[in-house]
Write a protein of this length. Structure first.
Ligand SMILES: *Cc1c(COP(=O)(O)O)cnc(C)c1O
Length: 386
């Protein structure tokens, strides 16, 4: 089976992890701050707070922004459940803003309309989480302008987008957001096995996220509410968690980031090739906006179901039977039974639902060969035939 995504580990990656294992601290050593500095410098942002997953990064980002009971978090319905669950972890309510028909990202026009309505009803969101689906940057200038006008905070879920750029700045620079979150799961662009990082230009948010990452405990007298008992003293000033990344993982991450630009370039070359090979099939292909650079985590296509006889499900099954590990990103979150049990129902976010009815993610990862890619194209051509 050709998977939809796969990590790539080099000998340098292996060597660096073995060095940590044999010679250094396994956790809470020098590798984690070094990894944070490496990624922050890459993105031209002031701070990176490394954690054990993007899910944890989203959680501490929400906590640092003060999200809690009685607050609202809005995100795209077309995302992984973690982008929404972080709101529920904090006791907040979650709602969604439908996607744009062309980019498949949160639509800024629909966001504005929903904000005007929410303002009239006195229930504006505290936090909005745009998701750079596939790695394709959201319209951050528009979202950032709305954040200023309506007074909400922005967390970019950039789990798909490290290595990309928006209007000449790296994703993670937080030019139009308070915090940007990356994922280092093996299917994503660079990996630490499990892992994530929250980027920010705010000293205060970085400090608060650092506290929430590690039990809410500090040894910094400036952060303490009471005087230290002695030199041994640490103080718990928040209810935090253990969301720490290990030094083994951080060392792997530092080594992987050296190849980040090469990984993204390889993904673009393969996507260009898909664009050409698939151009004449009854498909809607993923677009890439000029002036931005997608991280290109995913290459989803949409079946033009009116022009083919097999159903969406039949095409999916035929691809799997042909050894192509296609996937579907994503089941709209509001249609998950867990979320549906709140207030949501089919029809709430029709553009995301239309996407869900047609989409199919094709394999895309740096080590995908041209021969494998040809196999995917041949299998898809056969799968959509009567
Ligand atoms: C993968 C992913 C996450 C969660 O990442 P983890 O590191 O696995 O916790 C969150 N949001 C999106 C959009 C993702 O794709």
């Amino acid at each position: 089976m050709i998977p939809y995504g796969r990590h790539e580990i080099s000998q340098a990656d292996v060597d660096t992890v073995i060095d940590v294992l044999q010679n250094q601290f396994l956790t809470q050593g020098a590798q984690v701050p070094k990894f944070e500095k490496t990624v922050a410098e890459y993105c031209s942002v002031a701070h990176g707070v490394a954690v054990n997953s993007a899910t944890s990064a989203l959680h501490i980002a929400c906590l640092a922004l003060g999200l809690g009971k009685g607050d609202w978090l809005w995100t795209s319905p077309l995302t992984f459940v973690a982008s929404a669950n972080c709101g529920l972890y904090c006791g907040a309510e979650v709602d969604f803003v439908d996607i744009d028909a062309a980019s498949w990202n949160m639509c800024p026009v629909k966001l504005e309309q929903k904000l005007l309505k929410a303002k009239a009803e006195g229930r504006l969101p505290k936090v909005v989480v745009p998701v750079h689906l596939r790695g394709e940057p959201c319209d951050m200038a528009a979202i950032g302008a709305l954040a200023k006008r309506f007074g909400f905070k922005v967390i970019e879920d950039a789990s798909h987008a490290i290595g990309g750029s928006y209007a000449g700045q790296k994703i993670g620079a937080c030019a139009h957001s308070d915090i940007t979150v990356f994922s280092f799961h093996p299917v994503k662009i660079v990996t630490t096995a499990e892992g994530g990082m929250a980027m920010t230009n705010s000293d205060e948010l970085a400090t608060r996220m650092g506290l929430f990452r590690s039990h809410g405990i500090t040894r910094d007298p400036a952060l303490m509410t009471h005087e230290a008992d002695g030199a041994w003293y640490y103080q718990q000033v928040e209810l935090g968690y253990n969301y720490r990344l290990t030094d083994l993982q951080a060392a792997l991450g530092i080594s992987q980031v050296q190849r980040l630009d090469a990984f993204v370039a390889k993904r673009h070359a393969l996507a260009d090739r898909y664009d050409t090979l698939l151009a004449n099939l009854p498909l809607t292909l993923p677009t890439r906006a000029k002036g931005n650079l997608s991280g290109l985590h995913l290459y989803p296509v949409r079946l033009q179901l009116g022009k083919i006889s097999p159903s969406h499900g039949e095409v999916f099954d035929r691809m799997r039977a042909a050894g192509i590990g296609v996937n579907l990103h994503y089941i709209p979150v509001h249609l998950q039974p867990f979320y549906k049990s709140m207030v949501f129902t089919k029809g709430d976010f029709p553009e995301a639902e239309r996407y869900y009815a047609e989409a199919l993610t094709l394999p895309l990862f740096p080590a995908l060969t041209k021969a494998e890619q040809d196999e995917v194209v041949a299998a898809l051509t056969a799968a959509i035939a009567p």
